[in-house]
Design a protein around this ligand. Sequence first.
Ligand code: APR
Length: 228
Amino acid sequence: MKIVVLTGAGISAESGVPTFRDADGLWEGHRVEDVATPEAYDHQPTAVHRFYDARRAALHAVEPNPAHLALARLEASLGDDLLVVTQNIDDLHERGGATRVLHMHGELRSALCRGCGARIEWLGDLVDFPPCPRCGVSELRPDVVWFGEIPYEMDRILVALERADLFVSIGTSGAVYPAAGFVQYAADHGARTLELNLVPSDGTHLFHEARHGSASVLVPEWVDSLLG
Ligand code: APR
């Protein structure tokens, strides 16, 4: 059975990574257009760097939770038949042991050079405008996909959705496209669809089945039921 899992901020919430649209979410404390658009970066790169530098540094203080670990367990059993597509820019899937993960919105622990286009593993800050290790130009930006930019890996994701027997959406509000459209796309291509989320998402009616509760409980339960 081929499975595509889409994850959002909700899967990392119990690890202590803030979500975006919940009451204490990142978009309550920041205006999207001030920190998460190419225009924001053009106008105030220092403020944008500070925002992402703080989030990158905060990764040191968090650990994967039982939901990340359960998906890694599922991958160990299914191999290439499981693909995790994440909107998250944290590295908790990988630290939980998963290896087949596509970061469609980029990664905090990566920098993108606007000079040469290189994507470079980056663990420190960017606020001091360090030179690119490849080309030497001081044009490193966060390697994250901002509003108005095209997500990474869309070709591979769409092919996987077309082939999937099961599509599972975990911890995402269904507010941001194209990810919010994956459920319909997968269903149109024959997949069964399941939502695992704290509350009904914006698109909950699009799923064949929805279970509501915390990811750290629902995801291990679901994985256990599959692995028997
Ligand atoms: N377990 C399961 N779900 C949870 C939990 C939890 N412990 N805590 C919160 N949630 C759910 C919330 O109810 C909400 O529906 O996770 C969802 C998080 O939604 P958002 O904050 O909107 O995050 P996400 O869907 O990942 O956002 C999509 O928007 O701005 C962007 O680029 C950013 O990738 C992000 C995209």
